[in-house]
Design a protein around this ligand. Structure first.
Ligand SMILES: CC(C)(COP(=O)(O)OP(=O)(O)OC[C@H]1O[C@@H](n2cnc3c(N)ncnc32)[C@H](O)[C@@H]1OP(=O)(O)O)[C@@H](O)C(=O)NCCC(=O)NCCS
Length: 158
């Protein structure tokens, strides 16, 4: 488990219990919540999810801390998948919470720092993100940070 991942603008470290209510409030903000598949996540549920993922040792939920202000500004989750005969891939999920901290390069720096760390420490060769249809803002961000579209996943309720 990483103790600390240093980027140019942010530092990443495993999220602590005390930071979960804030992370949950960002996640449940109506402007953001509709961008995700699961709605109204409670702090207890998020704490359980964090512990479950951490115990697998194939992923973690990290707090994003601004290097300038030492403020907790977001959350970045990664999950590593290993497939035979191919480089490992990590699926990421990111939120930069406070509106005044968006658009300042913090999200991009967090992705870059985590990507370098995953490559160096876990042999990860690809980063993946899932974007809900209509989330143009996230698409714009991911395209600017070097992602290209690989697949369209469709679903049907049964
Ligand atoms: C999407 C999000 C993580 C971006 O983080 P951020 O810190 O605001 O983004 P950055 O300032 O690091 O931007 C990095 C690059 O992406 C671009 N970018 C950021 N937001 C963008 C947007 N809405 N549309 C187009 N481009 C965008 C920036 O212009 C920048 O490009 P540049 O380097 O050429 O200047 C943040 O806005 C957020 O948390 N939004 C709500 C939750 C969300 O949508 N999460 C993703 C769910 S899939």
């Amino acid at each position: 488990m990483p103790l600390e991942i240093k980027g140019l603008k942010v530092t990443l470290r495993p999220i602590g219990d005390k930071e979960i209510p804030q992370a949950c409030a960002w996640r449940n903000d109506p402007e953001v919540a509709h961008l995700f598949y699961r709605q109204n996540v409670t702090p207890e549920q998020m704490a359980r999810d964090v512990q479950t993922l951490r115990q697998t040792q194939t992923g973690d939920t990290l707090a994003i801390i601004s290097n300038n202000s030492a403020e907790h500004v977001g959350t970045l989750t990664y999950t590593i998948a290993r497939k035979q005969g191919a480089a490992a891939e990590a699926t990421l999920g990111i939120i930069i919470g406070p509106r005044h901290t968006r658009g300042r390069g913090l999200g991009g720096d967090a992705m870059d720092a985590l990507g370098k760390w995953l490559a160096a420490h876990h042999g990860v060769g690809k980063l993946l993100v899932e974007v809900k249809p209509g989330n143009q803002s996230a698409l714009g961000f991911y395209e600017k940070t070097g992602f290209t579209q690989r697949a369209i996943i469709m679903e049907r309720n049964i």
